[in-house]
Every structure is written in C-alpha cells, then in structure tokens.
Design a protein around this ligand. Sequence first.
Ligand code: SF4
Ligand code: SF4
Length: 649
Amino acid sequence: MHAEYNRTRSIFDLPDRKFYRPSGDVDLSVTFCGNQAANPLGPAAGPHTQLAQNIVLSWLAGSRIIELKTVQVNDHLELTRPCIDIATVGYNTEWSQELRLDQSLREYVKAHMMTEILERWLFGPSNNGRPTNLATVFDVSVGYNLAGIRSTAICDWLRSMRDASKIIEQLRAEIPSEFAEWSDLPFKPEISNSITLSTFHGTPAEEIERICEFLLTEMDYHVIIKMNPPMLGKDRLEHFLYDLLGYTDIEVNQKVYDVNITFTDAVAVVRRLQATAARCGKTIGVKFGNTLEVVNKGKFLKDKIQYLSGQPLHILHLALVDEWRKAFDSEFPISFSAGVDVNNVADCVSIGLVPVTVCTDLLRTGGYGRIPQYLSALERRMKEAGVKTIPEFVRSVNRTTSVSGGKVSGDQGHSSVSEILSRSLKNPRYRADHNLKSPRKIGSHLFLWDCINCDKCIPVCPNDANFSFEIEPVETHYSNVTISDRGWTESPGGNFIIKKSHQIATFADACNDCGNCDVFCPEDGGPYLEKPRFFGSLESWQKWTNLSGFVLSVDQQGLVLQGRFKHVECSLRLNEGTGRSEFVFDGCTITVNTRDAKVVAATLQDGSVEKQVDMRYYYIMKTLLSGMASGKGVNFVNADLQEGLKTHA
Ligand code: SF4
Ligand code: SF4
C-alpha cells in the first residue's frame, strides 16, 4: 500500500481522487446496534468483503458499515466457476466464505487494523487539518443452521471477533517498516458485536428463533435476521416480478414458496425475540434481504439454480420493508440491501434504513469507485431537504418525531416507504425491458498481450486481482536454438510482436475465478483466463500445476522469473553483474546477452541427444520480467520486491 500510494497515488488500484472525503456540510453519522458509524453505507456480505484488500477498498471509498462475508462451519466449499453474472440484472451462484474459518478471521482482523492505520496515515489531522468522523462498524454474517452455529468452531470464531487481542498481536509483528510509526497503536480488540444471520432457504421458523436466542443470550451479540423475498407470498411476488416489472423470463424456483418462513411466522418470531433482546440489552433487527432463488436459464453460470439480485430484487424487498413497517408500526430497525445504487440510495436512507449496503452495483464498471457517488448523492439530497443530519433527513421525509438507531418512530414511517415503492414501480429503470442489455462485446478475442486497454477489468474485480503493467513494445524476429552434444545452432524462429506498452495481468492468489471481469471485458475469453497469471509465492505456483503462470522472486544475484506454459516449466534469471540472462527451458540452459538478446551459450542438461528451444518463450519471459521490474506500477507481484527493484530496474 505504502509503495503503491507513494508512486501512483492509489491503493489497490483505487486512485486517491476516489477516496471519500466528506464535504463537512452535512453529518451522515448513524447508530447501528448501538455502534456509531460515520455514514450508513457499505458493502453487503459477499464478494466485496471476503479479503482484507476488499474491505480496505470499500472503506477508502467511504463505506462505514461493512457486512463481512458469511462464515459457516463448513469451510471447505467447492463452488462451480464462474459464479457471478451481472450482465443484465445480476445473478450469482456464490455462497459463504471460500476461506477456512481461521483465514477469514485473519482477513477481518487485518482489515480492521489496516483501516486504523490508514485512518491516521491518510486522513489524520496532518493531512487536511480538519477532523473527520471515520467511525466504522464491522458486522459479522454467520450461517446457516443451529447445529453449525452452535459448533465449537463457530462459537470460538465468534468469541475471537469479540476479542481479537491474540491475533492483533500476531499481526502487529507483521506490520511493515513503512508503517512502523503506527505499529504500537492500541488497536481495538473488538472487531464486531453484531451478527447478520443468514439461514438456509427452508430453515423452520422455530430453528431461526432458537439460533437468534442463542446468539443474543449465549454469544452476547446483537442480531439482524436476513429475510427472504418469498415472504411476500407467491401471488404477490410474481405479480411484482411478472405483471408490474415484466421479468417474464425469470422462473422462480417453486420450492421456495413451500419451504420459506412466512411473513406471519417471521413477525411472530421477531416479536418474541424482541422480549429476549430487551432482557439482555441487545438489538434484534431484520435485513431485507436475501437474493431470490431462480432457475438458471443462461449459459454463463453452471448450476441449475442461481440467485437473483439487482433491480427486480430492489422492488421485492422495498415491498417487504413496506409490509414490515406496517406490522411493526415503524418501530423496528431494518437494514437493507437489494439493488441499491446511486439513483435510490438516498431514498433508502430517507426511510430510516440502516445500514444500506450494496453488492451488485459494485460489480459494475468502476467497482468500489462507485461508492463516493452514493455518498455524494445522499449529501446532495440532504442539502436539498435543508437538513444537516440523517435523523433530520428521515424526519423531514417521514414527518416523524423520533429517529434513533435505524428506528423510525411515528405513524407516517411506513407511508413514505409505500410512496417510494409506488414511485419506483413507475420508474422504467426497474423494469425488465430496461435491463436486457449486456455489456458491449466487440468481437475480438483476448490473448496474452495487447487488448483495447479499456482497463474495465481492474475496478470490476472485487479482489483487485487484475492489474496493469508497462513494457517496452517489441517487434523482432527471433531464432530458435537447437542444442546437442555437438554444440548449439540457431535456426529461423518467428516474429515476436507486442504493440502496446500498457498490458494487463492477473494476480492468481487473489482471483477466485468469479468471472466478473469476463462479463465486463469488451473482448472475449476473460482476462483472468487469457492474460498472464502471476502467483504470489513459489508455493502457490507449485500448487496449481494445471495452470500456466509465473512467479517472480529476487535473490543475491538478481531477479528470477519462473514460468509454466501448459506443462513445460522454465525460468529466466537476470544477472546484473554480468549483463547476461540465463534462460532454462525443458532441460536446456541458454545464456543470452540481456541488452541485445544475442545467444552466447547453450547446453543440454537432461541427457537428451538433441533438443530445440522455441525462443518465443524467452521473449515472453523477458517481457514479463522487465514489466514487473520497470517500477512504473506497484502491484501484488512486485510490491514486496520494491527494494530489489530499485537495484534491478
Ligand atoms: S483485458 Fe479486457 S477489460 Fe481488461 S483492459 Fe483489456 S480489453 Fe479492457
Ligand atoms: S480477476 Fe476476474 S475472475 Fe478473478 S476474481 Fe477478479 S473479477 Fe473474478
């Protein structure tokens, strides 16, 4: 982070100009489960909250209530890939964390510590002299049934999130020297004290109630229950989806109507839980809500069932908020995540929803960089309403007298929801015919080098796995080298041509093959599949023997790039002292003048009588190695080598 920011004024490819800096004209702070947050917005539990860098990116862009990706006792998931398709409205076949429980814990604690350091480094009083409220809340998401949640593994995990002192001390030792100034910070040991509960579709009402009781009373957490759209009932849900919005191509999985908790049962469960929560001084709330289970009729995702998000889900969950507000007379805290974007975020906040979280829209072009627009839209609406605080904003819209912690008190609370729902139903942007267009494809296919350089694949990746790097364009004719026990000879090879200096690569350790960059890339093939794939360590490069890819390291003699092309492994070492490079390929060692690529020696080591080396691979390796060493960009591959790069660039 330090090297990248100092060289390029960006962190994880998010430029400084997209870091959210509040105008200071209005106060966006809210209370969520008794915790102060500087604003009510953030990423929903999902692809944007899996890794520490995702959480940091959303925080830099302005998120202040961060729903961490769901954890569960089964932490060995095998998911089909790709798993995200946002070409139109939004579908996924994602599930919970793809990391082991202990890895997730470390990612969350690391993110928490990183935001505390960044707060001081980037937004401290020395930077702009103006105090800024950066209060941030992490909300745990846990699933999926009582047995799993009561398991020792999950209970220990939840206790560690309440007191992460031990992990903080382990991670403190890893704080790099650039941030030494903050290595003694008294990091807050409590990472989270609230849980958003996700249950299996079909979990019985009694089980949901027992899980909540357990989390409230025995685990001492505030609890928010994530609700599913089928609570609207089949007739109402399908009336919205088909008759009013026109999504007649979407087929709801009919099973969900039989197995999901009904609205009436959910209300009864929550009313009983209110008494339990009050007894132990905790909050019970609901979240609208979960994705909708539908039949997969597309080709991009592979599972038979997929989960719908985006614009239609926004309407379905607004309808549920409307119902819930009527049932609870506006007294109940509700968090919201369904098709939230720059156009509707202020409306969501105006009806007292806390937090308002986003997933699908952040997967679109611009990625995390869209968050500051939501906050600006909210600030603008508040200024137009002539209010200074969120409670005043909610009061002005709802004509109520009391707003606190996401609760809107007063008779008018629900009528504003009804009004927004009916306005949204008339708005063409939620209708099917406005959401048919996939991102434009231009008919060309990606390959290792040179593309149209739109850079869309970088911000749409939730994990910042795609990155750009700079090279010297090349146009050369190369010779192949034939080696035998009689010596070596050169013979005509081919042309090696790279036209552009700006190139794209993927950091394999951060890529989970979700497929989102493929959807938004104007060319075919998928950047994560076609572009050079770099691994972060020799260990991970050796683990994925079925994948072509590269790993960069530096030792006393210089930089070394190891590569695998299908199943053939090779390496290229730059020796600064001799000005020569040593290229090892398939049992042959070829020494080359680094400056002019002239072959000066070649030997055969694997006992073969004769072998020919296609020197195209040497040029590929040389170009990649120089690109990483150029020091023009900082990325996951070369960040650790910055000191080495100063010497070898
Ligand atoms: S790989 Fe695709 S999305 Fe990425 S820069 Fe090239 S054309 Fe654009
Ligand atoms: S590089 Fe592409 S496939 Fe990989 S995680 Fe990022 S968006 Fe998904």
